[in-house]
Design a protein around this ligand. Structure first.
Ligand SMILES: Nc1ncnc2c1ncn2[C@@H]1O[C@H](COP(=O)(O)OP(=O)(O)OP(=O)(O)O)[C@@H](O)[C@H]1O
Ligand SMILES: [Mg+2]
Length: 419
């Protein structure tokens, strides 16, 4: 059964603009305004959303991703009826709880306790129903000490704790969650994600906006990618996230520069990276590998003339764009020679050290000792790392433990190596 229907919805804002083309013009306008005492700003229509349509089935968890200003929060605000569409129609069947802006929905002068009851009554709950859930909410928010403090004294993290705890315990039909969770500390964020999974399994319908792609991928059954107020892609999370990444590729100056250098002259290009793929231990192509499992990565390339002593490199970037791992043939010192034509170079890793998450992979081919790459594909491929061997911290490192026999144990305390 459809619980949300968004039918050809557009949201238009009227924004002010000076409209001047140069500083000189702007100064002239400012002078004119000073004397005319009339702020002759030009009004302009701006579409935060344009002709957006989608439906959500009861029990689905849908994610909205996209760059800043693409319209994600606008969609949630429309579903929460905080704002209304300029064109089109929105139907949400059932009650909606939302966590969209820090502190929204709370009365600043009231205490945490009073706000919980207020929110409950807005959601149509009886006082006795709220009372039955009160302890669980306060427990979850970990705000026992401050529950009788007016919420205007709360920090942003405390607001979000209370907001999420209330929204996630009053059993709305639809739960809307925007990026605000990011304000909470790491342990609270992971607790929220666990709770979202629980609610999801209990059949709640959830709409989730985030820039944390691993969370989106883990929590959502379907994802929408928005760009400039238009739905660019919709579907299976891994697919849509890759689509979003592809649109981001040349945002990075360094990458762009390197890529431009690499493809400076298409006809004169001496080598091209055709693709990167990942294989499991039996050589089957995969797009996900668990931490601690063996990984084989293959770079397929084509060279138009032979290259003496080339270097291949692979870069693994996390979603927040940190370089987590880098492999290069330069370190192994092996000299190879590439002959004209297509070829594959392969790297074998006994135990993958990356922690679970989604990684964007860059591949590079250059002559040893040269700055200018023959080809460079920045963040163009994807690898999902699944939970495998337990990782606490940034990465797993293959290792062995051993208890030394008594014969190898120092007899005296002083012999121990103290730092
Ligand atoms: N009240 C408003 N008046 C004018 N423009 C607005 C208003 N609210 C939002 N916008 C504009 O609508 C666009 C979409 O905003 P929205 O908040 O939905 O983006 P977003 O995808 O949530 O971005 P972010 O990732 O930064 O949270 C932005 O360009 C924003 O400036
Ligand atoms: Mg937003």
């Amino acid at each position: 059964m459809k619980i949300i229907t968004v039918d050809q919805v557009s949201k238009r804002y009227r924004i002010s603009r000076l409209g001047a083309k140069s500083i000189r013009e702007e100064l002239a306008r400012a002078g004119h305004r000073l004397f005319a005492r009339s702020a002759s700003r030009e009004k302009e229509d701006f579409y935060a959303l344009r002709d957006v349509s989608f439906e959500v089935e009861r029990g689905e968890t849908v994610g909205f991703i996209g760059p800043n200003g693409s319209g994600k929060s606008t969609i949630l605000k429309l579903l929460a009826r905080i704002i209304y569409p300029t064109l089109g129609k929105i139907t949400v069947r059932g009650s909606v709880a939302s966590l969209i802006e820090v502190g929204a929905g709370f009365h600043p002068e009231l205490t945490g306790r009073e706000n919980i009851f207020l929110y409950g009554s807005i959601m149509g709950m009886k006082r006795s129903e709220v009372r039955a859930k009160f302890d669980r909410i306060v427990d979850f928010a970990e705000l026992e000490r401050f529950i009788d403090t007016p919420v205007k004294r709360y920090s942003s993290g405390m607001y979000v704790r209370l907001g999420f705890a209330v929204a996630a315990h009053i059993n709305p039909h639809v739960l809307l969650i925007d990026e605000v969770l990011a304000v909470g500390d790491a342990s609270f964020q992971s607790k929220c994600q666990q709770r979202i999974e629980e609610l999801r399994h209990n059949g709640m319908t959830i709409a989730f906006v985030s820039h944390d792609m691993s969370a989106v991928e883990r929590l959502c059954s379907r994802v929408f990618f928005l760009h400039k107020g238009i739905i660019q892609a919709e579907g299976e999370p891994h697919q849509v996230i890759s689509n979003y990444f592809s649109s981001l590729f040349f945002k990075h100056d360094v990458d762009e520069q390197r890529h431009r250098v690499a493809v400076h002259n298409e006809n004169d290009r001496e080598a091209e990276i055709l693709g990167v793929r990942f294989l499991d231990r039996v050589g089957a192509k995969v797009d996900a590998i668990a931490t601690g499992q063996p990984m084989i990565a293959q770079i397929e390339f084509q060279v138009s003339r032979s290259i003496e002593d080339p270097v291949f490199e692979l870069f693994f970037y996390s979603i927040d764009d940190r370089l987590h791992c880098h492999y290069t043939t330069a370190l192994t010192g092996d000299r190879i020679q590439l002959l004209q034509g297509r070829g594959i170079v392969e790297i074998e890793v006994d135990e993958l050290g990356l922690a679970p998450g989604t990684f964007r992979i860059g591949a590079l081919l250059q002559r040893r000792g040269e700055d200018m790459p023959c080809d460079w594909k920045p963040r163009q491929y994807l690898l999902k790392v699944l939970p495998g061997k337990k990782v606490r911290g940034m990465f797993y490192s293959p290792h062995r433990w051993r208890l030394l026999p008594p014969s190898e144990t120092p007899k005296q305390q002083e012999e121990q190596n103290c730092l």
